[in-house]
Structures are given as C-alpha cells and as structure tokens.
Design a protein around this ligand. Structure first.
Ligand SMILES: Cc1cc2nc3c(=O)[nH]c(=O)nc-3n(C[C@H](O)[C@H](O)[C@H](O)COP(=O)(O)OP(=O)(O)OC[C@H]3O[C@@H](n4cnc5c(N)ncnc54)[C@H](O)[C@@H]3O)c2cc1C
Length: 377
C-alpha cells in the first residue's frame, strides 16, 4: 500500500474464501479491494486436500439431533448446491484448476457403524440427497475396499486448490479488483455508513462494507464462540495411475480420528486425517514423521495393492465447530462487517456458501440461509 484506499467493499484475506467472496461481490458491480498480510494463496488454502463434498463432518442424523431437522436438512442442501455453484463458476470463468466431478464413499467407523450408515443413507435419500447404502459386495466392485457396507454419494468433486484460488484472483484483477500484499489490517472501526480499517503501514482503508476472510486467524476477533483450532496431517504417494480403484471416488471414514483419501489428476493418492485437538504449530510440525507413518499404515490396510510410500507429506491447521458447521454472516456488534469461517473437512464448500450469502446480503436480497450459520450458537 502506498496510499489510503476508498472502496465499496474491502475483503481481508487472500485465500480461497476471500477469492470466492471477491468473485461474488464483483458480480454485483461493486468495487472491491483485497488485503493480505502474507500474500495471495499463502494461508491454509495451499495445504488443502480440496475434496468437495456435500457431506458435512457431522452425519445428518446427528445434526438433526443437534440443531433440528429443518436447519440440518437446509445445511446439507446448502452444501450440495455450493458444489454445483463452484462447478458453474469454474466453467463460467474458464478456470483451469483440475475440477473433477467425483462420487464419495463413507465407510463405517466409531461414529457410524454399518447399521447406522444404512439409517444415515435413508435419512439423506428421504430429503432428496444423492446417497444410498451399498453392501460389501457392491463396495468391493466400486472401490476394491473390504467393509460390511458404506454410503455411496454422487455430487462430490475435487480440485487443485491453488489453481482454483489463483485463477479466481487473476479473474478478479481483470474485472477491476485491486489486490494489496503485504497489507496487514490491524484495527477496525465501524461507523453508521462506512467502516475504517487501519493497515500496519499506517494507511487507512475506508469501505462501505468489510468482509473478513482471514481463515482461523479471525478467531481472536470473535472470542467467546465455541470454535477451536485443530491440527491435521496429509501424505501424497507417487503417481500410480494403473493401481487406482475403478471409480477413483473419494473415500472417508465415519470415525474419529478419521482418514480421507482422494486421487489426483496425475494418479497420486492423497490421504489425510489423524486430526488432533491442539493448535500449537511447533508441536504439530514435530509430529509430522509419526503421523506420516500412521497415515501410510492406515492407507496400506485399506488399499493393500497401492504403493503407499509417501512422496510428500505436510501438515496444517483448520477450524472446528461443535456441529461441523461454519460461521458466516454479519459479525455481531461490528456494523457493516461480515465474516467467513469455513470449518472442518468442508471448508471450501462452506466458503462457496459464504460467497453467495454475502453477495445476497450486500444486494439486500432476503436469504433464508443467511441465518443458518450464526457465530454464537
Ligand atoms: C491439511 C488440510 C486439508 C484440508 N482439506 C480440505 C478438504 O479436503 N476439503 C475442504 O473443503 N476443505 C479442506 N480444508 C479446509 C480448507 O482448506 C480451508 O477451510 C480453506 O482453505 C480456508 O481458506 P480461507 O481463505 O478461509 O483461509 P486461508 O487460506 O488461511 O486465508 C486467510 C488469509 O487471511 C490472511 N490474513 C489473516 N489475518 C489478516 C489480517 N489481519 N490482515 C491481512 N490479512 C490477514 C492470511 O495471511 C491468509 O492468507 C483443509 C485444510 C487443511 C489445513
């Protein structure tokens, strides 16, 4: 930043959430300036394994118990339509980001056993979601996996998260957005008709609205919410396209801790999970060798014909909420300020939901999903 900035909407955060929100706001004709303290696509987004699933970490039957049937079903449907929205944006903007439609398999574990998976599949299919229970024989045919049964869902996808986010930023630049980095926002002061932000280098930003898409770093602003930061680990094998399972569906477990698996366009297998409930980055990084071994062993047990030798391994932090749902919308007590906090294994899908919610809100369009994801529950 070389001067103060005046704009319709200031977006703070250069990850996939900021990129999707910026794209949606540009569609309304408003001017947008974006600020990131590190650089664009440098936060948790590049660590993402980028499975796009409508299935929320919390099974539908459990979510119904926690937040009621109507809200739970609407949350699942918001997630399902968000993947269609992402597919449409990728196609409309001609983004070359490896977006591939997938099916998804949910295996039994200590959260849902095979009998409960059957009930979960029935609950989803009753409300029109594209899930069904498959028995052990069908599962073996689709995936080579050995289990008593699983949920088979259509409507999932995967993507290269860096290519998606960089593509969105390039498109935003072409459509008139201004991107600033490094530019750290250090203070926010809402007024009746505008918001003033202070940047670390001494310049001010004056905007009619502000969107915080700062990933889990936003938590400090919202102390008192029940959200937490967890640590997670990932391995990727060498390319082995001939050894992959027939459908190349994504695979995950109804378990805690769980493992999830996807393939990549060049035939690698990516497996992540082993999540732990702490946020200390040094401790997280120190556990990388042990977690790599644990993921490799688990992957070998599930898919013994694969070469599970890790070609890459990494770790990251992500937000978790008690019901697996994100927090999206106006920030309580901060007039004209919105925030996007995508949580759990569905962070990118939730960011797409957020983009639409904030877009409608800025346009003054009434939106029932606007109340689905409050900050304080
Ligand atoms: C290992 C791993 C695997 C994952 N797998 C999946 C998956 O399979 N599917 C899925 O949907 N999701 C997944 N997620 C979650 C998903 O990746 C995240 O929800 C998503 O990337 C978060 O994007 P973001 O833009 O909200 O945050 P970030 O990418 O972290 O971006 C936030 C940005 O805000 C900037 N910032 C913060 N504070 C300030 C400030 N004060 N001023 C200026 N800039 C600031 C930061 O520098 C950062 O660049 C995974 C996450 C991890 C870590």
């Amino acid at each position: 930043m070389k001067a103060s900035v005046k704009v319709d909407v200031a977006v703070i955060g250069g990850g996939v959430s900021g990129a999707l929100v910026t794209d949606a706001i540009l569609e309304t004709g408003k001017t947008v300036a974006v600020f990131d303290r590190r650089g664009f696509t440098k936060g948790s987004t590049p660590a993402s394994t980028a499975l796009l699933q409508f299935e929320i970490d919390e099974p539908l039957i459990h979510l119904i118990d926690k937040i009621g049937r109507e809200r739970a079903v609407r949350a699942y449907w918001a997630s399902a339509t968000a993947i269609d929205y992402l597919a449409a944006r990728v196609s409309d903007l001609a983004l070359s980001c490896g977006f591939r439609e997938r099916c998804a398999v949910l295996l039994p574990g200590n959260i849902l056993n095979a009998r409960e998976l059957r009930a979960e599949a029935a609950a989803r299919s009753r409300v029109g979601l594209r899930s069904r229970f498959v028995d052990g024989a069908e599962l073996r045919k689709l995936t080579t996996l050995d289990a008593a049964g699983a949920i088979w869902s259509a409507g999932a996808a995967d993507v290269d998260p860096v290519a998606l986010t960089d593509g969105l930023w390039r498109s935003a630049l072409k459509r008139g957005a201004t991107l600033y980095a490094p530019a750290e926002v250090t203070a926010v002061e809402p007024h009746r008709d505008f918001v003033t932000l202070s940047a670390k280098d001494g310049f001010d930003i004056r905007a009619r609205h502000v969107v915080f898409a700062t990933g889990y770093e936003l938590l400090k602003l919202l102390e008192g919410t029940k959200h937490k930061i967890s640590s997670t680990w990932v391995i990727a094998t060498k390319p082995q396209p001939r050894k992959l399972w027939p459908t190349q569906c994504s695979i995950w477990e109804a378990a805690d801790p769980y493992m999830y698996i996807r393939t990549t366009a060049d035939g690698r297998v990516v497996a992540g999970g082993e999540d732990e409930d702490f946020s200390d980055e040094d401790h997280r990084d120190a556990l990388l060798p042990a977690k790599t071994l644990a993921l490799q062993r688990k992957l070998h047990k599930l898919l013994p014909h694969l070469d599970t030798t890790p070609d890459a391994a990494w770790t990251g932090s992500f937000g978790v909420s008690p019901d697996g749902l994100p927090a999206i919308g106006p920030i309580p007590r901060l007039n004209r300020c919105f925030a996007v906090m995508g949580f759990g294994g569905n962070g990118i899908t939730f960011s797409a939901i957020a983009a639409k919610i904030i877009q409608r809100s800025l346009l003054g369009i009434p939106d029932a999903s606007g109340e689905l994801f409050p900050f304080f529950k």
